[in-house]
Design a protein around this ligand. Structure first.
Ligand SMILES: Cc1cc2nc3c(=O)[nH]c(=O)nc-3n(C[C@H](O)[C@H](O)[C@H](O)COP(=O)(O)OP(=O)(O)OC[C@H]3O[C@@H](n4cnc5c(N)ncnc54)[C@H](O)[C@@H]3O)c2cc1C
Length: 448
């Protein structure tokens, strides 16, 4: 089997050098940090992006590559629609390499109740101008060749798309660098420098940088980092398993999912496969701290989660991971440069079986790779994009909750304008940090 394409063994491609000072430091080189740095540089701000491991080493290379408006929370949908426009212009700049293809997203229903859920989302999405349509069983059969599953019908958005994550995000980082962003891999940010109650810089393993503003886009590590500075983000992470097949005949050009499995065709002619919803959760201190806030989403989705008693050593919420550390000593971020979870063998076997049962003419899929990623999530499955009122100079851009790849270019633009003090052009109320503490009811986003 092929090793996962981005790891600690990947040669450093972005080596700085680290400046003494700049306007904004971005923590984290996933799609959110990269696109934020890109847009900040375009606005003429001096920006440094610090990545503890490799650009896109974590979620941003490990995801399914879906760029979807379909099924989005309505707070995110306008930003996602903007993001799709950015993806189109990015694909003009980078060409085929990005793997951007607009061939639609299809959700498939086995029950009438699922069809009703699809219809409810579509009805509300209509006012946003999305091209989502309900599909009858016959229409599904026309689009998806040779499927044996008796789907009742589906939900289809023709303008939805995909890209090839582990190629695309490093390319976007090159684009950010070409616009003037300084990008430094192997450079963990250990702590914020704070003076007079506001951010004045960061301490990294390679030295300090003075700056006025810091964007925390640390994915699954954001809560650990923020808590050490007195900022509580009720973020947890789940392990999501993915696999790639060897090339197979085309059964559907776009991306599709039902409750058992999801698939989409890759640029190399194989399929990226994953479970429809199943994932693993490692119990750690943050699970206890945030349990109450997650009850609404747990009630909706309890059966998809397998609970495991402890995360492996050095994971963000492992029992033994320190919650405080000195800025002049090795931090938890350097101890785990690239979070590379073992895929779940049980999920790999189940998904291969579901795929083979659905497409008997293709036979059991031969896998060329299997991997996993830690998805950072929030209690309402909606990100936090906000300034921290208690710590001026700190901006949070995290908790993308399993759908940050597609929206990355859109949020990157929005976050850069938030930092620059410009009108962001969107209502960011849904993404405020205080929704978890101001008595608001937790309102989970759609789980279609
Ligand atoms: C299996 C899987 C499938 C998914 N499928 C999809 C999909 O199809 N479509 C979609 O839109 N989304 C999908 N997602 C979600 C999407 O991948 C994420 O929401 C998105 O990549 C998050 O980007 P990010 O930049 O916030 O975080 P990440 O990509 O996780 O990047 C955060 C980075 O910050 C770095 N970092 C953390 N702390 C520090 C520090 N102190 N100093 C320096 N660096 C630090 C980390 O090393 C990491 O590289 C999926 C995710 C997974 C795991």
């Amino acid at each position: 089997m092929m090793p996962f394409p981005i790891s600690e063994a990947t040669p450093v491609r972005f080596a700085g050098p680290l400046p003494d000072a700049c306007d904004v430091v971005v923590i984290g080189g996933g799609v959110i940090g990269v696109m934020t740095a890109w847009n900040l540089a375009e606005r003429g701000l001096r920006v440094t992006l610090c990545e503890k491991g490799r650009i896109a080493g974590e979620q941003s290379s490990r995801n399914w590559g879906w760029i979807r408006q379909q099924g989005r929370d309505f707070g995110e949908l306008p930003i996602m629609m903007e993001s799709l426009r950015h993806w189109k212009s990015l694909s003009q700049e980078f060409g085929e390499a990005l793997g951007f293809r607009q061939e639609g997203v299809m959700y498939l229903a086995r029950t009438e109740a699922e069809m009703a859920g699809f219809e409810a989302w579509r009805a509300e999405a209509r006012s946003f101008g999305v091209d989502t349509e309900m599909q009858s069983a016959g229409q599904v059969a026309e689009r998806i060749a040779g499927a044996a599953t008796p789907w009742k019908g589906g939900l289809f958005t023709a303008s939805d798309a995909r890209a090839e994550p582990w190629v695309a995000v490093p390319l976007l980082a090159e684009g950010a660098q070409a616009r003037g962003a300084v990008i430094v891999e192997n450079c963990a940010v250990r702590a914020l420098d704070i003076a007079g109650g506001r951010v004045t810089g960061v301490v990294t393993e390679q030295g300090s940088i003075a700056c006025d503003q810091v964007v925390l886009a640390g994915g699954a590590w954001s809560a650990l980092f923020a808590r050490a500075h007195g900022v509580a983000i009720p973020q947890l992470s789940v392990r999501a398993t993915v696999m790639a097949t060897e090339p197979l005949p085309q059964v559907f050009a776009g991306n599709a999912a039902d409750d058992a499995f999801a698939f989409r065709r890759r640029a190399d002619g194989g399929y990226t496969l994953a479970p429809g919803a199943a994932h693993d959760f490692f119990i750690g201190p943050d699970a206890f701290r945030n349990f109450g806030l997650y009850l609404p989403v747990l009630k909706k989705d309890f059966r998809s989660t397998k609970f495991l008693p402890a995360a492996p050593s050095h994971y963000p919420d492992a029992w033994g991971t320190p919650r405080r550390w000195a800025a002049d000593a090795t931090s938890p971020f350097e101890r785990m440069r690239v979070l590379n979870p073992e895929p779940s063998a049980r999920i790999v076997a189940d998904v291969c079986q579901s795929f083979a049962a659905c497409f008997p003419h293709l036979g059991a899929p031969k896998l060329k790779a299997a991997w996993a990623g830690m998805i950072d999530t929030m209690p309402d499955v909606v990100p936090v994009v906000d300034r921290v009122a208690a710590l001026p100079g700190l901006v949070l851009a995290t908790g993308m909750s399993g759908h940050g790849f597609g929206i990355g270019p859109g949020f990157g633009r929005v976050i850069a304008d938030l930092v620059a003090g410009n009108d962001t052009g969107h209502d960011l109320h849904r993404f405020r940090l205080t929704r978890f503490t101001d008595g608001s009811k937790i309102a989970p986003g759609p789980s279609l």
